[in-house]
Design a binder for this molecule. Structure first.
Ligand SMILES: C[S@@+](CC[C@H](N)C(=O)[O-])C[C@H]1O[C@@H](n2cnc3c(N)ncnc32)[C@H](O)[C@@H]1O
Length: 204
């Protein structure tokens, strides 16, 4: 089964609050983004945003230029439906982050929680990082969260790559300065504990 079919099925078959990566609040992401996105008009993209409530919370915080990209139309449909009329102020992109055409040097913040770790092939990681380098403006920020070194080896039944903060920063390379990293113990709706690492980098 290809990736798009997998993710479309997940979001069509399961309630958004029941998936293992569900968060009732995207508090850590919101706090870190707020630290670096100082102008409410800063363009922010949530890559593989799925049905996350981060977009709701960024709108609540006053941000006006938001893009949510996801492979799965069914995931974006959940978020749009939840937001109601507020969804019209968000740019929605149904696309694969490895091949999407994004504007050059545009985004002030690139956010990814639990997407980069699915890229188990070096060529896919290279394609992803090349997109970040092109799409994030110089001085802009990249906030990526993956399973940590001691996190699960799979997510949604798919294999993942686990990272320490140094490894995650290393995957992005010298075009990005590491500003900070944090661990988070995520508790899934079923009560399992999953270690995440968040890296906040600045595009040189
Ligand atoms: C584990 S979920 C995380 C969703 C969201 N970031 C969150 O924290 O709730 C992974 C998401 O990435 C999306 N995804 C997986 N591979 C992708 C790709 N190559 N391009 C774009 N989105 C992708 C999936 O559809 C899914 O919504």
């Amino acid at each position: 089964m290809d990736d798009k079919t997998h993710w479309e099925r997940v979001y069509s078959a399961r309630a958004p609050e029941s998936v293992s990566w569900y968060q009732p609040h995207a508090s850590r992401s919101l706090a870190l983004i707020s630290r670096v996105a100082l102008d409410s008009r800063d363009p922010i993209i949530d890559v593989g945003g799925g049905a996350s409530v981060l977009v709701d919370e960024l709108l609540d915080a006053g941000y006006t230029d938001l893009t949510v990209l996801d492979l799965a139309r069914s995931a974006l449909a959940v978020a749009k439906s939840r937001l109601g009329p507020r969804a019209e102020s968000v740019h929605w992109l149904e696309a694969d982050v490895r091949s999407v055409a994004l504007p050059n040097a545009h985004y002030a913040v690139w956010h990814d929680r639990a997407v980069f770790h699915f890229l188990t092939e070096p060529a896919d990681r290279d394609a992803y990082v090349a997109h970040v380098e092109r799409a994030v403006r110089p001085g802009g920020h990249v906030l990526v969260a993956t399973f940590a070194e001691d996190g699960p080896t799979q997510c949604s039944g798919l294999p993942v790559v686990r990272y320490s903060a140094a490894e995650l920063h290393g995957a992005f390379g010298s075009a990005f300065d590491l500003l900070s990293s944090e661990r988070e113990e995520h508790v899934t709706p079923a009560g399992a504990h999953q270690s995440f690492v968040y890296c906040l980098c600045r595009r040189v």
